[in-house]
Design a binder for this molecule. Structure first.
Ligand code: FAD
Length: 459
C-alpha cells in the first residue's frame, strides 16, 4: 500500500512550514500493551488519551504512510458537533436518551479538541466561529427549518442552534440566494494536517512509538503483522476508516467514498467585505450532495463537495488537476459566492471517507480478545474521532463510563452489497441526489427523488 510519495497533496500539507519527513517503519518484532493501526485522528486520539491516563502503558501506532495521510490530513477542517446518524438515534425512543447524551458529548468534543490541542502545544489554527447552514431555495429552507425545529423539540436551546432569517444570515455570510438558515456555535475551523502531525509529534515526545511506512497486513487477537515485523499486544485497535476495505475479510465493511476540495488564493479585504465570514464560521448550503467550506487562517476559502465511489472500493489518493470533479467543486463554490469568479484556485485535492451500510459510525471493543475498531463517520469525523479516542481509552482500561454507554459503542452495521451491486447502488443514489438538488434549486419539491435519496444516503 505504501506509495513512493507518502505526502498527501492537500493544501494543508503543502503549506506547512516544514516538509514532512516520514518516520521509520517497524523493523523486527516488538511487544506493546496497545497497538493501534492507523495514524489518523481516531488512532492518534486513542493513543493520546491512553497515554494521558496510563503513562506507563507501552503504546504503538502503526501507519501505512505518514500520520495524517488519510482523511485526517485532507478534510474540510470542520470540527463540528454533528454525529452521522444522530437523527435516527434521536427518533427512536429506545435510544433517545443515550443519543441526547451523545449529542451533548459531541458539543463538548468540539471544545475538547481545542483544549487538548492547546494543552499539547499544538497550533492547529483552531477558531471556534460556529457553523452556518443556508437554505437557498424554498424546499431546501423547509428542510433546514425542519431539522432546526426537531433539535429544539429535543430540548436543545437557542444557545445550541439559532434560526437566522435571510437578512441576519447574510450579515454573517452573503451566500447567494440565501433565504434563511441555522447558526450553531458548536463548530471550530481547524487546519487539519497541523492537528494530525502535532498529535503524532506530541505522542512520540511522550514515549509512544509511531511507526510510519508500515502497512499492516493482518490483524488478529494479540498480534498484527507488517512486511518487516510483527507486534504482539494485549489490545489491538483498528482505526483505518476509508482504507479498511484493503484489509483481509473487511472489503464490504466500510465503503470508501471520495470527497473533493479546492482552496483559493488568499483573498483581499474587498472580497471579505462582500462575502462576510468574519470570525471564521464554517459554512454550507443544504443540498443533498453536500458542500462544506471554511475561511482559513491565511484568508483563503477552502471548499469541498462530496465526490465519487469507484468500482470495487477503489481508492484514489492523488488526483489530476484537470479532474472534472474539481470543475464541479469550483462551480458550486461560485454558485454560493459569485464574487469569487475571478479568483485563482491554487490547490486541488481529494480524500477518502468511510461510510457504513446504515451511515452510522461504530466503536467496537471486545474485552475478551482486546480487539477494537472504530470509524464509519461518513465525513463527520473530526470531533467524533476525539470522542472515539476517549471512549477507546475507557474500554481498553475496562472502565464503564457514560461514554461507553453511547449507542454507537458495539454497534455493527450490515455489510455492503457485493459488486456490481455496490457500485450500481452508489452511482444510482448519487444521481438521484444530483437530480433532487437540481429540482430543489429551481424552487420545486424534489418529491420522490428526495425521499429515495434520504432513505439510502442519510447525511
Ligand atoms: C476531503 C474530506 C473532507 C472532510 N471534511 C470533514 C470535515 O470538515 N469535518 C469532519 O468532521 N469530517 C470531515 N471529513 C471526515 C474526517 O476527515 C474523517 O472522518 C476523520 O479524519 C477520520 O479519521 P480516522 O483517523 O478515523 O481516519 P483517517 O484519517 O482516514 O486515518 C486512517 C489512517 O489509517 C491508515 N491505514 C489504513 N490502513 C492501514 C493499514 N493496513 N496499516 C497501517 N495504516 C493504515 C491510513 O493511511 C490513514 O492514515 C472529511 C473527509 C474527507 C476525505
Amino acid at each position: 500500500m505504501s506509495s513512493a510519495n507518502s505526502r498527501p497533496q492537500s493544501f494543508w500539507f503543502s503549506t506547512l512550514d516544514e516538509p514532512v519527513e516520514p518516520r521509520a517503519p517497524l523493523d523486527g518484532d516488538a511487544q506493546f500493551d496497545v497497538a493501534i493501526v492507523g495514524a489518523g485522528y481516531t488512532g492518534l486520539w486513542a493513543a493520546y488519551y491512553l497515554n494521558q491516563r496510563e503513562p506507563g502503558f507501552r503504546i504503538a501506532v502503526v501507519e501505512a504512510e505518514v500520520a495524517g495521510f488519510g482523511a485526517s490530513g485532507r478534510n474540510g477542517g470542520w470540527c463540528a458537533y454533528y454525529f452521522s446518524g444522530i437523527e435516527a438515534l434521536l427518533a427512536d425512543p429506545n435510544t433517545r436518551e443515550r443519543a441526547l447524551a451523545l449529542q451533548r458529548a459531541m458539543f463538548d468534543a468540539v471544545d475538547e479538541v481545542g483544549r487538548a490541542s492547546t494543552a499539547a502545544g499544538i497550533d492547529c489554527d483552531y477558531a471556534k466561529g460556529g457553523v452556518l447552514v443556508a437554505g437557498t431555495s424554498r424546499p431546501e429552507l423547509e428542510r433546514v427549518r425542519a431539522g432546526y425545529d426537531e433539535m429544539r423539540e429535543y430540548g436543545f436551546s437557542e444557545d445550541d442552534f439559532s434560526w437566522l432569517e435571510a437578512d441576519a444570515f447574510a450579515e454573517r455570510a452573503r451566500i447567494h440566494g440565501v433565504l434563511g438558515g441555522i447558526y450553531s456555535p458548536h463548530c471550530a475551523a481547524i487546519q487539519p494536517a497541523k492537528l494530525a502531525l502535532g498529535l503524532a509529534s506530541f505522542l512520540e515526545a511522550r514515549g509512544v512509538a509511531v511507526f510510519e511506512q508500515s502497512p499492516v497486513r493482518t490483524i488478529a487477537k494479540g498480534v498484527l503483522t507488517t512486511d518487516r515485523g510483527r507486534i504482539r499486544a494485549d489490545n489491538v485497535l483498528r482505526c483505518t476508516e476509508g482504507y479498511t476495505c484493503r484489509l483481509p475479510g473487511l472489503k464490504r465493511t466500510i465503503l470508501p467514498l471520495h470527497s473533493m476540495m479546492i482552496a483559493t488564493e488568499p483573498l483581499p479585504d474587498s472580497i471579505w467585505k462582500e462575502i462576510g465570514l468574519h470570525g471564521r464560521p464554517t459554512f454550507a448550503d443544504y443540498r443533498r450532495t453536500v458542500t462544506y467550506g471554511q475561511r482559513t487562517a491565511d484568508n483563503r476559502l477552502a471548499f469541498g463537495t462530496r465526490g465519487l465511489y469507484y468500482y470495487g472500493s477503489g481508492i484514489h489518493d492523488d488526483f489530476n488537476r484537470g479532474d472534472p470533479s474539481f470543475v464541479h467543486t469550483r462551480s458550486t463554490l461560485l454558485e454560493l459566492f459569485p464574487a469569487l469568479s475571478g479568483v485563482e484556485i491554487t490547490h486541488r485535492w481529494g480524500g477518502v471517507l468511510g461510510v457504513t451500510r446504515d451511515w452510522m459510525p461504530f466503536l467496537q471493543f471486545d474485552a475478551r480478545t482486546g480487539l477494537g475498531a472504530a470509524g464509519g463517520y461518513s465525513g463527520n469525523g473530526v470531533a467524533a474521532a476525539n470522542l472515539a479516542g476517549r471512549t477507546f481509552a475507557d474500554l481498553v482500561l475496562r472502565e464503564a463510563t457514560e461514554r461507553t454507554s453511547f449507542p454507537w459503542v458495539n454497534h455493527s452495521s450490515r455489510k455492503w452489497e457485493p459488486e456490481p451491486l455496490r457500485w450500481l447502488g452508489a452511482q444510482g443514489v448519487r444521481r438521484v441526489g444530483e437530480w433532487a438538488d437540481a429540482v430543489e434549486k429551481k424552487g420545486r419539491d424534489a418529491g420522490l427523488l428526495g425521499s429515495i435519496f434520504d432513505v439510502f444516503a442519510a447525511h
